[in-house]
Ligand binder design. Structure first.
Ligand code: SF4
Ligand code: SF4
Length: 118
């Protein structure tokens, strides 16, 4: 474990996120509304990419926030660079957790209507 990680609360081990298509239609945003209606679920936008975020502690994280399978941890855990992780970069992420936040996002980013071809 790096020095930076010793100061952190194992943020990276308490969720997993999957990239999703950027929502563009009313139906896409209805799906987002459905995702975030579930407990411990949000979406976030980072570097223009959208992610479905599930806040769920890894089962291999012990009570002291240490990895119980450190030597054999999955590749995605090995690839994460503590110098570039969310511990430093929390402000770079726009998270939408509530319906109110979703409504605000839609006010600021109205859905563009597609032009009908004549
Ligand atoms: S990699 Fe980043 S988020 Fe994960 S424990 Fe280390 S400092 Fe915290
Ligand atoms: S396997 Fe270990 S490093 Fe990976 S998320 Fe779980 S506790 Fe964290």
């Amino acid at each position: 474990m790096g020095n930076i990680c010793k100061k952190c609360d194992a943020l990276c081990c308490k969720y997993f996120a999957l990239e999703i298509d950027k929502p563009t239609t009313k139906n896409d945003f209805e799906n987002i509304r459905w995702y975030i209606s579930h407990q411990k679920t949000s979406v976030f936008i980072q570097n223009r990419k959208w992610y479905l975020n599930i806040k769920n502690r890894c089962k291999y994280l012990d009570g002291n926030n240490h990895c119980k399978i450190y030597e054999t941890r999955p590749a995605i855990c090995r690839r994460l660079d503590p110098k570039e992780c969310e511990y430093h970069d929390q402000n770079a992420v726009k998270e939408i957790k509530t319906l109110k936040q979703l409504e605000k996002y839609l006010e600021e980013h109205p859905i563009k209507r597609k032009r009908k071809r004549i």
